[in-house]
Design a protein around this ligand. Structure first.
Ligand SMILES: [Zn+2]
Ligand SMILES: [Zn+2]
Length: 335
């Protein structure tokens, strides 16, 4: 499952801490690093961070990065992965070079930084022992959106328009297979260790298992008993316009039926002009987008600090007029 928490206060910088929990591993991921967002997370939690995905590098999405940097800069083991839009490699390296690292030589650690331009990933490695001075380029990787692949989850990105390039992300666990218990009972087969073999992809369909003294082909049992359902997913969309029909279609392709969609809502409908000018969505635009994408639930964040809590309640109603299952993060106690 994918757990998540929207960090940061109402009307201030926000970001999202997500965790892909498989039962045997917890993969900790961050979506943006707003100012004063990460201090709530214990240092050991930050130390175990696997990757951070930046939508873009405006202050309100990046100002808290140093909290993470402090936790991981000389961490042995896998480098922290950093993913963002074009310019990410330069911006991250400049941030690192903005500090003094005379005591870093000989220490482990580093960063693997990727930037996605809609067609390919440019990837560099920055090493702690080199004081992050050398950008070690990896061969670029052609991709239409896959920016991180792990056996337990994948992350896809979509290039959006915020007056600058901005990325939206979908974290996705692989499809899950389970046994159809009703079917199992109707076939009269008792549960047993053979069910493990049915679920084991390393055993070929032509293998047999013994059920009640009779050999049965795994292929036949799988067709009868295995049910495949899509894995848990989380979408993250912030700071963008989606007026263009092509972008709309790309949004549908990547985010349709995501379990949870976390989406910005910086402007009420009355401030449409400002929303257009600053490349954000109005409440109605968020609601109608959700109608197209059909997430199981919509979580709104990144709201304006100019609105009172009554106005935020009204803003929520503007979204709910189109998409009912919308809410602010529970910890905000609005609505
Ligand atoms: Zn922005
Ligand atoms: Zn923003």
């Amino acid at each position: 499952m994918i757990e998540f928490e929207v960090l940061g206060e109402i009307g201030k910088d926000n970001c999202v801490a997500a965790c892909v929990a498989t039962g045997t591993a917890n993969h900790r991921l961050l979506l943006d690093c707003g100012g004063n967002c990460l201090h709530k997370l214990p240092r050991p939690y930050l130390y175990g961070m696997q990757a951070v995905f930046f939508s873009h590098f405006h202050f309100d999405h990046y100002a808290g990065f140093d909290e993470l940097l402090r936790a991981v800069w000389c961490r042995p083991g896998p480098f922290l992965q950093i993913v963002g839009p074009p310019g990410t490699c330069r911006i991250i390296q400049h941030r690192l070079l903005g500090y003094l690292w005379n005591n870093a030589v000989g220490l482990p650690g580093g960063f693997r930084v990727s930037e996605f331009d809609g067609k390919q990933l440019r990837i560099i490695r920055l090493l702690t022992t080199e004081r992050f001075e050398i950008a070690h380029e990896e061969p670029p990787v052609a991709t239409s959106g896959l920016v991180l692949q792990h056996e337990d989850f994948s992350v896809h990105a979509l290039l959006l328009d915020h007056g600058t390039e901005c990325l939206g992300y979908r974290i996705q666990e692989p499809p899950k297979q389970s046994i159809n218990v009703t079917r199992l009972e109707s076939l009269g087969y008792g549960a047993g260790p053979w069910l493990k073999a049915v679920r084991n992809p390393q055993l070929a369909d032509s293998c047999t298992v013994d059920i009640g003294g009779a050999p049965q082909l795994l292929g036949d049992l799988r067709r009868e008993l295995l049910v495949t359902r899509s894995g848990p997913s989380l979408g993250y969309l912030t700071d963008f316009r989606a007026d263009d029909a092509d972008v709309r279609e790309q949004l549908r392709q990547l985010f349709s039926h995501v379990d949870t969609l976390i989406c910005e809502n910086n402007y009420r409908d009355t401030e449409r002009e400002l929303a257009l000018q600053n490349y954000h969505l109005t409440a109605t635009e968020v609601g109608t987008l959700a109608v197209e994408l059909q997430p199981r639930r919509l979580v709104l964040f990144h709201v304006s600090d100019r609105y009172s809590s009554t106005e935020l309640q009204e803003q929520l109603q503007e979204v709910r007029a189109h998409f009912v299952d919308a809410s602010f993060p529970e910890s905000w106690h609005i609505g």
